[in-house]
Design a protein around this ligand. Structure first.
Ligand code: ADP
Length: 155
């Protein structure tokens, strides 16, 4: 039987407890989830790719069904390369919904039938975003309530 492989693409700049919750909830549905850091050369990140990958590897070290990877170019092409037919994404509010809807419809066409599974954020995580975490860090605040315990941020 073909394995059900799902990609969780994102910037993870940095990974938050909201991202972790999504992966944990989706794990029973798939044989493998690849958390894949998409590299957009036009985008400026707070943390270097090596650092973001290292945190992801630490956070999911105990989850045998989770792999960590990075890619450049279209997510749909990366999915084809690794044999994934599913994409995992999260939805916190109406703005996420509009964005995810469009990307999901595009990926379905570009990726030849790729299906996107959009999980609605649990209430206790729906206010958390990497953007907010970056703002807290830049302002010298404590972001630890929003990031996994093994993610140590040097101030
Ligand atoms: P991107 O730059 O591709 O949006 P992110 O790392 O910011 O990458 O997010 C990856 C995915 O995780 C997106 O679908 C986003 O909506 C979802 N996500 C981020 N934070 C949360 C959260 N707190 N709860 C649920 N989903 C989330």
């Amino acid at each position: 039987m073909t394995k059900k492989i799902c990609i969780f693409p994102g910037s993870f700049d940095p990974i938050t407890t909201g991202h972790v919750d999504l992966v944990k909830r989706a794990l029973p549905l798939f044989d493998k989830i690849i958390v894949a850091v998409g590299i957009n050369t036009q985008k400026k990140y707070l943390f270097p790719i090596e650092q973001r990958m290292d945190w992801l590897k630490k956070v999911f070290a105990e989850d045998k069904k989770v792999q960590i990877d990075q890619y450049e170019g279209l997510t749909a092409h990366y999915c084809q390369k690794v044999g994934a037919h599913y994409i995992l994404r999260g939805c916190r509010h109406a703005a996420d919904f509009d964005y995810e809807k469009t990307i999901s419809q595009l990926n379905h066409i570009v990726g030849g039938g790729l299906e996107t599974l959009v999980l609605i954020a649990q209430p206790q995580y729906s206010h958390i975003s990497s953007t907010i975490v970056r703002e807290i860090i830049k302002g010298g605040g404590d972001a630890s309530p929003f990031i996994p315990a093994m993610v140590k941020i040097k101030q």
